[in-house]
Design a protein around this ligand. Structure first.
Ligand code: ZN
Length: 346
């Protein structure tokens, strides 16, 4: 009953937002939207694990030279390793390591070259001292997400307020892997860096090696010394792409590769098939910060032919910034954005 009432309220709320946005809004033509259900304790914006189809992925063959996430010569004690029973046991999040660091003093380095996807640094909230449970601690941790290439991103979490040294789109390349200062924001029992690797397709945590050693071997209570000299150069040909089952929660299987980093006016290849029998596909953008407000002028719907589609989507003229890209099966007037991935327009 509570969920029925809450969805009614949500529907009414959405109607109000839609009425503000679309002057010709009718009940019949109203598009369906779905609330994203995120179990992430770091950010509500990136969604949770989209579901593993072939077991846990391992990034170490593609990214064999990753280093520890702090500068060469520095040592830090591991507070919690893979599968740790404080927070690292959660499904899709099992391959994280916590390194104890001093708040506002110790610096965090990227584990390899890359391009910055997303940054948050405005929080000064520690959920534990504020009495906020893990399940509700969804937007309190400051973080940096880095595309390290070959379909993998690193997530660096718990920076202190205004302590992040990079912006979305920045390149981390030879000589400069610095991400900023460690902190204690979010669900954190003491100042530390939480590091994990995710894959772009499933958005689930993956296995990796640091300093040539499996992440599984990093043990709570032990100290590890870094040889991270920020020595490798980044090449944009390594940028990760969205493909395959990224949009499977919305009835889409992609065969084209779509960059997460695009310019206004750029043409994106949208090809694939519809897996839930609906007749069309709809592509649209929503701002990362405003869950259910679609960008006016960003919506494009194409009718599928025998369940497949192949067209180009031109990135609309919008302000540069972080959005989410929706690609959804569609009735023509009804679609949704469940687990839509990040999309940076520059
Ligand atoms: Zn952690």
């Amino acid at each position: 009953m509570i969920s029925v009432i809450s969805s009614m309220i949500r529907g009414m709320l959405y109607l109000c937002i839609a009425t503000l946005l679309f002057s010709s809004c009718s009940l019949l033509g109203l598009e369906e939207e779905e609330e994203e259900t995120s179990t992430s304790s770091n950010s509500a914006s990136t969604g949770s694990c989209r579901g593993r189809s072939g077991g846990v992925k391992d990034s170490s063959a593609s990214l064999p030279n990753l280093k520890l996430p702090y500068p060469t010569g520095k040592s830090h004690v591991v507070g919690q390793g893979w599968g740790g029973d404080f927070t690292h046991y959660r499904e899709g999040r099992e391959h994280a390591i916590d390194f104890r660091m001093a708040e506002g003093v110790d610096t965090i380095s990227a584990v390899g070259p890359g391009r910055v996807i997303a940054v948050k640094e405005d929080s000064n909230t520690n959920c534990i001292t504020a009495g906020i449970p893990l399940s509700a601690c969804t937007d309190a941790a400051n973080y940096v997400y880095v595309d390290h290439g070959k379909g993998y991103l690193g997530r660096y979490v718990h920076f202190c307020q205004n302590c992040v040294a990079v912006n979305p789109g920045d390149v981390l390349t030879g000589g400069n892997y610095n991400l900023g200062y460690a902190g204690n924001t979010g669900y954190s029992g003491r100042p530390h860096l939480h590091f994990e690797m995710f894959d772009f397709e499933e958005n689930c945590s993956v296995k990796y090696k640091l300093e040539g050693i499996s992440g599984e071997s990093y043990t709570a209570g032990q100290s590890y010394s870094s040889t991270n000299t920020a020595s490798e150069n980044w090449n944009d040909s390594n940028l990760s792409k969205y493909t395959g089952k990224v949009f499977s929660a919305r009835g889409i299987e992609l065969t084209s590769e779509i960059p997460w980093y695009a310019q206004v006016g750029e043409s994106l290849p949208i090809a694939g098939k519809i897996t839930d029998g609906k007749p069309a596909v709809t592509v649209f953008l929503i701002p990362d910060s405003l869950g259910n407000v679609r960008i006016s002028g960003s919506i494009q719907t194409k009718t599928a032919t025998n369940g497949t589609f192949n067209f180009t989507y031109q990135v609309p003229s919008v302000s540069p910034g972080l959005y989410r890209l929706g690609i959804s099966s569609s009735s023509g007037t009804s679609w949704g954005y469940t687990k839509a991935p990040l999309f940076l327009i520059y």
